[in-house]
Design a protein around this ligand. Structure first.
Ligand code: ADP
Ligand code: MG
Length: 238
């Protein structure tokens, strides 16, 4: 579970083609980073995969099944945003439980998943607090917890750490990498930060003006950038 294939996927807003047709294969369990400058189409591409935007052309396959016309809920993917989008009046426990409650899951199963997520994210002692009583890093962990309890086949992160200060960002990067090692679930992670891409990714997708410039491991991109844009962006010596 967690294999995602884009076939000729394109996106236009009115007359503007933000993403020309592209192909991409994401393997089950991979940590894939979409990296590129602001405005290059990273969020749009992620939202197409999530089903939050409709494709203008092409197909999206999830685990070999055509999901192009599936609703976001049916795709089995969980999105984590940079603005944590927590409910301020609800406790951490209720925030994490929210998607399960909406799905009508029975209470014992909800409790089991909340305990497991809280343990994985070091939130066990914070379950009765409100988001306003948490640090930025803790709030981001709650947002991740709310994604974990859905047991998605892939996590989609859109610049989840950009609201955090530099020191906290380093810690959260490690936490997310560790979570990936533990869960072994596909993760697609969007960032404009080359260091984040180079340190976290199994596979980096370099985007520029909606096009894929290169796909490869951090080492491949560093040693063999395909063009001057990739070399400059990744900061390799060529
Ligand atoms: P990134 O996440 O890499 O910063 P985006 O995917 O947000 O880039 O945006 C890519 C391009 O698409 C930008 O030029 C942006 O203005 C445009 N765009 C994004 N969403 C919309 C929209 N809903 N309507 C029109 N243009 C949009
Ligand atoms: Mg964006």
């Amino acid at each position: 579970m967690g294999r995602i294939t884009l076939e000729g996927v394109a996106k236009r807003f009115g007359d503007v083609e933000v993403i020309p047709p592209l192909n991409l294969d994401i393997e089950d369990g991979e940590f894939v980073v979409f990296v590129g400058p602001s405005g290059c189409g990273k969020s749009t591409l992620l939202r197409l995969i999530a089903g939050l935007e409709d494709v203008s052309d092409g197909r999206i396959l999830i685990d070999g099944k055509d999901a192009t016309d599936e609703s976001p809920a049916k795709r089995g993917l969980a999105m984590v945003f940079q603005s944590y989008a927590l409910y301020p009046h609800m406790s951490v426990r209720k925030n994490i439980a929210f998607p399960m409650k909406m799905a009508g899951m029975d209470q014992a199963e909800q409790d089991r998943r909340i305990e497991a997520a809280a343990k994985a994210l070091n939130l066990t002692n914070y379950l009765d607090r409100k988001p306003g009583q948490l640090s930025g890093g803790q709030r981001q962990r709650v947002a991740i917890g709310r994604a974990i309890v859905r047991e998605p086949s892939a996590f989609l992160f859109d610049e989840p750490l950009s609201n955090l200060d530099a020191a906290l960002r380093v810690g959260m990067r490690l936490e997310i990498s560790e979570l990936h090692n533990r869960l072994k679930t596909t993760m697609i992670y969007v960032t404009h930060d080359q260091v984040e891409a180079m340190t976290m990714a199994d596979k980096i997708v370099v985007l520029h003006a909606g096009r894929i410039e290169q796909v490869g491991s951090p080492l491949e991109l560093y040693l063999r950038p395909k063009n001057a844009f990739v070399a400059a962006f990744i900061g390799s010596p060529k």
